[in-house]
Write a protein that binds this ligand. Sequence first.
Ligand code: BGC
Length: 271
Amino acid sequence: MPSPFTIDLTGQVAIVTGSSSGIGAASAKALAAAGAKVCINYHSDEDGAREVEEEIRRSGGHAIAVGVNVSHEDRVEHLFARTREAFGDVHILVANAGLQKDGAADTLSLKDWNTVIDVNLTGQFLCCREAIRHFLARGRQPELSRALGKIICMSSVHQVIPWGGHVNYASSKGGIMLMMKTLAQEYADRGIRVNAICPGAIKTHINQDAWSTEEAEKKLLKLIPYGRVGVVEDIANAVVWLSSDQSDYVTGTSLFVDGGMTLYPGFQDNG
Ligand code: BGC
């Protein structure tokens, strides 16, 4: 008899946006390893997406790579249409695509403000809206999941920690928090679970400067009580759990996966 703690997503289909590298790629691979068929969405890094696709296929899983910019409404519709064409109904959305365009607020261009809000916040909304429309039209499939559908919004510790030099990014993540909670409240009675994961410092290319030298890593570790910089698998594990019925009673929650970054480490011996 299979252990009740084994997560099996066989028969379910997941879309992971921004999954040609980093947290998205690890999440896509983990969902595929748990049995889901996965759409690898990418924007510009087609080679990265093809590698993830190949790796999943080589390990016996199912994956397709689809290139769309999630901040464009018609492209998001295309993303879902392509996934459904390849694999059928969709059950899981991991709205992960995101970027940083850092700069001091007084010199930040409107272009860099808009790009970050468009991709990180509007892009997540468009994907969530498309997923919700699809889940409602499809109806329940209790043999696959207790929920009508599962949405995981990739947020950040910066949905609560202000971040100088990153006002566009922090604003987008703060926005994701209330978008996620509002959608969770609005659709809970229809069986859709919406949650956020808030990664702390995870080793990816987005924050490479903060951990790639010994000196930088030492400085970064002052912000992390648990004493290590995170790895993408830390987040992917949370994605799989939130996608599964193991978390069936969890909705509207922000799961901080941050080694304690949000515990105000400066207060350990101060204040
Ligand atoms: C950012 C990273 C940063 C981390 C912790 C993430 O959301 O994308 O660049 O290292 O938060 O500050």
